[in-house]
Design a protein around this ligand. Sequence first.
Ligand SMILES: Nc1ncnc2c1ncn2[C@@H]1O[C@H](COP(=O)(O)OP(=O)(O)OP(=O)(O)O)[C@@H](O)[C@H]1O
Ligand SMILES: [Mg+2]
Length: 232
Amino acid sequence: MIKLKNVTKQYGKIKALDDINLDIKSGEMALLVGSSGAGKSTLMKLLYREERPSSGNIIIGNIDVSSLSDAKIPYLRRRMGIVFQDFKLLPNKSAFENVAYALRGLGAEEYEIQKRVSGALKLVGLLERAFNLPSELSGGEQQRVGIARAIVQGPPLVIADEPTGNLDPATSLEIFNLLSRIAERGTTVLVSTHNQHIVESFGKRTITLDKGQVVSDIGPTTNNHNFAQLRR
Ligand SMILES: Nc1ncnc2c1ncn2[C@@H]1O[C@H](COP(=O)(O)OP(=O)(O)OP(=O)(O)O)[C@@H](O)[C@H]1O
Ligand SMILES: [Mg+2]
């Protein structure tokens, strides 16, 4: 689903990413960790083409993101959902309208909008808050709206940069469980986090960046478990 080949991103003299090679499979959930400045956000920005790599190739599905023309960026972004640390909801629109926004922009039929938005809000457990404004929702609920917005078009890939950075530990775990359920439905999910507890308790593939390089890539523990069973 996601392939990075010898990807380097340089900002002046700073090498934010240094010769990254990665392969993330369809339907896989991977956690991206590493200390502040390690390059996590930079890697994600390359995936949704907020930035271009200085060298190397990035392939998402069958799209060569590194050489994609600017005119085709909307085409790329319709195939991925992006979840932000600060939610980035429209403050004067209801949860429903936040989730519906891109569909309306694409000129979808009203019945289609109703069906898709209700489905997404139901999946994140927020159907009963559909007509509340973001300011009337808790942080965790706002992030669930952010996730509903990310999945409403059924993208094969969801990218979340520190989605729980503003949330307490219990709410963070709920959000990670939700992302995990989305991955189980076949969506590829890439999430960055500083939350060591989640990394340890979650048992997902964990890619660690340090100074722009991949220094470890381990798990998921479920596979280790299978491996142990195979050896028996
Ligand atoms: N637009 C930019 N211009 C110059 N340097 C940048 C730019 N964006 C990022 N950097 C540098 O690239 C490096 C990686 O930054 P990045 O934001 O990817 O780190 P991060 O792992 O997301 O950190 P954090 O955990 O704090 O979010 C840092 O040294 C940062 O200062
Ligand atoms: Mg970051």
